[in-house]
Design a protein around this ligand. Structure first.
Ligand code: ATP
Ligand code: MG
Length: 419
């Protein structure tokens, strides 16, 4: 048998119910904040990501799945959603003279070392707001994330880390100061950080290597380079978060891997997933639209790493049901098959969301009950000779005290829907 590609996972029926629940919960929260969905292609010109994400980032340097199109163009599977989102909104004139609050969801691809919580195909749900320069929308996006964790019952497993990178100019000045400070220590840095010294020195700040961390400890602080306007923005955001009752921790070394961030950066992190601690990351990227060829447009957003959120949900709710049916219709005589299928239709129509499975393949009732039990269904319905015209036999599969009973059809249907 040909196996799946390394780092590409199958999510099997025993897990898809949980995935659906987590996804639906987040997507509904986004809608309830009145964010509108955009659906974006999986393939884009490689140049979009090189320009959008930044040449000197891990993603562009070593994580992209790129291929040559038949006419020689270089295409890449999207490693993240923001560059595509900007491209799409700009291409369709949706950033001109208007604001946008949108979200996207779907798989992303990065050539990484697969491990728990880190895959080569993974899922993100991202939210982005365009045309808002103030800290109000930064706070809204953080509140939206917080509301998602509350709804999923994982609030006590994640905490918010917050930092500001200041304006683009502050970042340039800081970058130089940081390089000047690190240069004399270059030999003592780990090889990755040595390489980044010239290309992306800010990334050295969040290196996990102890020797590098020891050097970084005394480096110049980014916050000292942030101008008055940047500080005001950051202060206002913190006040709003306090008023909203959202706890946070300032982390001066939080810089984010992508090149395009300015001002606010944040990460929701957990201690429960080992090294894969970030479950949602975001911030402001006021320079990105212009960098991709559009007009100067303020922008802010985040991306949730769904795979990690699902792992957290599993820890928080280990007993979550992975049933595949709620009602199982047993067919006790060959002649009753069409009646059973029609009854299934009737039930599905009456109770959207109810999962109704009709037994297929015949066989003894005992075997059918076994199958019904394996789906996790609460009720079995017997469809066959035992049916009187206007009555149904239903059996509770989880509570012997309720057991099997024969009820008028309308009453039976009511029972089955109450799950
Ligand atoms: P990390 O530091 O874990 O590599 P990142 O900074 O590269 O994360 P982002 O590009 O900001 O991640 O993506 C946002 C979120 O997507 C991350 O916080 C994480 O939850 C998730 N994510 C990123 N890469 C992966 C991956 N390879 N597998 C699973 N989830 C991922
Ligand atoms: Mg990464």
């Amino acid at each position: 048998m040909v196996k799946a590609v390394r780092g590409m996972r199958d999510i099997l029926p025993a897990h898809t119910e949980r995935w659906r629940r987590v996804e639906t919960s987040i997507l509904q929260m986004l809608r309830s904040y009145s964010y509108a969905e955009v659906r974006l292609p999986l393939l884009e010109y490689t140049e979009l990501f090189a320009r959008g994400v930044g040449e000197a980032t891990d993603i562009i340097e070593k994580e992209m799945y790129s291929l040559a199109d038949r006419d020689g163009d270089s295409l890449s599977l999207r490693p993240e959603g923001t560059a595509s989102c900007v491209r799409a909104l700009e291409e369709h004139g949706l950033l001109y003279n208007q604001t946008q609050r949108v979200f996207y969801a779907g798989p992303m691809f990065r050539y990484e070392k697969p491990q728990k919580g880190r895959y080569r195909q993974f899922s993100q749900i991202g939210a982005e707001a365009y045309g808002f320069a103030g800290p109000d929308v930064d706070a809204e996006l953080i509140a939206l994330g917080y509301a998602c964790w509350q709804q999923l019952g994982i609030t006590d497993r994640v905490h918010l880390q917050l930092n500001t990178l200041g304006s683009g100019a502050a970042r340039v000045a800081f970058r130089q100061a940081l390089m000047d400070y690190l240069q004399p220590h270059a030999e003592a840095l780990d090889p990755d950080s040595q390489r980044r010294l010239q290309t992306n020195p800010l990334r050295i700040l969040d290196s996990k290597v102890a020797a590098t961390q020891a050097i970084v400890k005394d480096a110049p602080q980014l916050i000292d380079f942030v101008d008055a306007e940047g500080l005001e923005h950051f202060q206002a955001l913190q006040e709003l978060l306090q008023q909203l009752g959202i706890p946070f921790q300032l982390n001066p070394n939080l810089v984010r891997g992508l090149d395009y961030y300015t001002h606010t950066v944040f990460e929701w992190v957990t201690d429960d997933l080992g090294a894969q601690g970030a479950v949602c990351a975001g911030g402001r990227y006021d320079g990105l639209v212009e960098r991709l060829g559009g007009r100067d447009t303020p922008a802010v957003g985040f991306a949730i790493g769904l795979d990690r959120v699902v792992l957290l949900h599993e820890l928080a709710h280990p007993d979550h049901s992975d049933n595949s049916a709620d009602v199982y219709i047993c067919v006790t005589s060959a002649e009753a098959l069409s009646a059973a299928m029609q009854l299934g239709q009737q039930l599905r129509g009456a109770a959207p969301g109810l999962r109704v499975r009709v037994h297929m393949g015949g066989g003894q009732l005992k075997k059918q009950f076994k199958r019904a039990d394996a789906t996790g269904a609460t009720w079995a319905v017997l469809c066959g000779a035992e049916n009187q015209d206007d009555e149904l036999v239903i059996k509770h599969l989880r509570d012997a005290a309720i057991g099997q009973r024969q009820l008028p059809v309308a009453e039976a249907l009511m029972q089955l829907q109450q799950i």
